[in-house]
Design a protein around this ligand. Structure first.
Ligand code: AMP
Length: 494
């Protein structure tokens, strides 16, 4: 099956081919023909299944003929979070390369003036979070009476976040005669009942059973003690082939502590949580997506929907208290058929209960890697002299378990640690090295450990990103993308 067989035009087939898509994913195969027919859709699909293209591609086809009038968008995509909305906008930009369609993204934290300017020119596709869209509506800047296609994305998340009243109000402003595409990660009874308010005689499409984990993610559980969780994490980061990883914490306040701690151990990380300003969140996400910083420490704000191409690892620094969050968290990796690895660090009596609930939900045990107390390579700053001798043993055991600690010089190099040049130091100081400078002297030992393991990859890694070239961490100042100078191309498009 190829994209043109689904009824998509040559330009769209070319656009997806340019992106390297060779064949449609199951959700695309099942929904695109029905969307093109004009049917309503009630779709259940996990994130990472190609859901965005399943509605964006046929929408582009439908909107290709016709013109937008000022302040009267022709279609509307509602997403629960700013990040998700921005991600859908990114996908739309990519898929519409060969079409002359206009788009506006209405999300909080971005100046009203820019969004207004886009609306006044007329847009074919309006992508919005409910709150910001209603702000524009109340200011008289947008009318929804010309919307022919409505997408409600991540409806279960909208429900969790209390956005349904806003969504209902928005839908009340739309013409009743329209096409509605309603997507949710799960089709619970609540969601089905809710969908009845929005869709009419929908084609129901389900591509994955709710709360199943993708086979492409290798899951692991690491038991340690509460005090040694950071050490266990660092051990994993150094023994795994971490290209880029999201590390989830349950509490926002632990995120900055972990970022600082990792920096003190020469591991660059950005934070992402709901208390950061919008510009700081987008900035952090951009740096992470661009590969400038290999680690992102996040709260569950990043667990759902976020698409980070080729994410190699997910680490649960804390076992999530809600079993479904586990499925969403680890679903950030192993996407679009690529493989990924997920490690969950458990340490307390409560964690035992949480792990039990997760295993029940996913219907299988999470394989235990071993006791991180003895297995994780230890940093000198925390390791007691007696435990250092265990390190080699631990490394070789991990290798047996599939974590190439000592072998595979060409691939086994974590890009996360850059201790060697921090030690030899160019003398230039950036914000990250200032942070690193605060760390205790014990750090030098951990640097040596890393050096010993990573010599083979040193010159290549240096070429990729020397530590002194690392950008400063994102500033949490400024309320708009313009203030911070991070204006995505699509916002500037005329
Ligand atoms: P989504 O579930 O929409 O967030 O998509 C997850 C990832 O799959 C994104 O990185 C898409 O670019 C990618 N993707 C979507 N459709 C395809 C496809 N047909 N072939 C390969 N990758 C795809």
């Amino acid at each position: 099956m190829n994209f043109s067989e689904l009824g998509l035009c040559q330009e769209l087939s070319q656009a997806v081919a340019d992106l390297g898509y060779t064949e449609p994913t199951p959700i695309q195969e099942k929904s695109i023909p029905y969307v093109l027919m004009g049917r309503d859709i009630l779709g259940s699909a996990q994130t990472g299944t190609g859901k965005t293209a399943s509605f964006t591609l046929p929408m582009i086809e439908i909107l290709a003929s016709g013109r937008a009038k000022a302040r009267l968008p022709r279609s509307l995509i509602l997403a629960p979070t700013r990040e998700l909305a921005a991600q859908v906008a990114d996908s739309f930009e990519k898929f519409s390369t060969y079409h002359k369609l206009s788009m506006a993204l209405l999300i909080g934290g971005v100046s009203f003036a820019d969004q207004n300017a886009a609306l006044s020119k007329g847009v074919d596709v309006l992508i919005a979070t409910p709150g910001r869209l209603l702000d524009h509506f109340e200011r008289g800047k947008v009318l929804l009476t010309d919307v022919k296609v409505l997408v409600i994305d991540e409806a279960d998340r909208m429900l969790d976040m209390g956005f349904i009243p806003d969504v209902e109000r928005i839908v009340g402003l739309l013409p009743p005669l329209r096409q509605t595409l309603f997507f949710s990660a799960t089709l619970s009874n609540d969601i089905k009942k809710l969908s009845d308010k929005f869709v009419s005689n929908p084609k129901v499409i389900e591509v994955a059973p709710p709360a199943s984990t993708a086979d492409t993610v290798a899951q692991h559980l690491v038991w340690t003690s509460p005090k040694r969780k950071r050490e266990a994490l660092r051990g994993l980061l150094r023994s795994e082939e971490v290209k880029n990883a999201v590390i989830f914490c349950n509490r926002k306040r632990d995120i900055s502590t972990l970022v600082t701690s990792l920096k003190q151990h020469d591991l660059s990380a950005v934070a992402l949580h709901g208390d950061m300003t919008q510009s700081a969140r987008l900035d952090a996400l951009q740096k992470f997506k661009d590969g400038e910083v290999p680690l992102m420490i996040a709260s569950d704000v990043a667990a759902r929907g976020l698409d980070i191409a080729g994410l190699s690892h997910v680490f649960n620094f804390d076992v999530p208290g809600n079993a479904e969050d586990y499925v969403h968290r680890i679903g950030r990796t192993g996407r679009a058929g690529k493989s990924g690895r997920a490690f969950t660090i458990a340490a307390s009596e409560d964690d035992k209960k949480y792990v039990g609930a997760i295993e029940k939900l996913i219907g299988k045990p999470i394989p235990l890697v071993g006791d991180a107390k003895s297995e994780a390579p230890q940093d000198a700053s925390e390791a007691k002299p007696a435990s250092r001798s265990k390190k080699k043993k631990a490394g070789s055991r991990k290798t047996e378990a599939g974590s190439p600690d000592t072998g595979s010089p060409e691939t086994g190099r974590p890009k996360t640690g850059r201790p060697e040049s921090r030690k030899t130091g160019s003398g230039r100081k950036d914000a990250s090295s200032n942070e690193a400078g605060k760390s205790d002297s014990g750090k030098s030992d951990s640097g040596r450990n890393d050096d010993n393991r990573s010599r083979g990859g040193r010159s290549r890694r240096k070429q990729e990103n020397a530590p002194s070239e690392l950008p400063a961490p994102p500033e949490c100042k400024g309320d708009t993308l313009q203030d911070t100078g991070h204006v995505p191309a699509f916002l500037l498009r005329s």
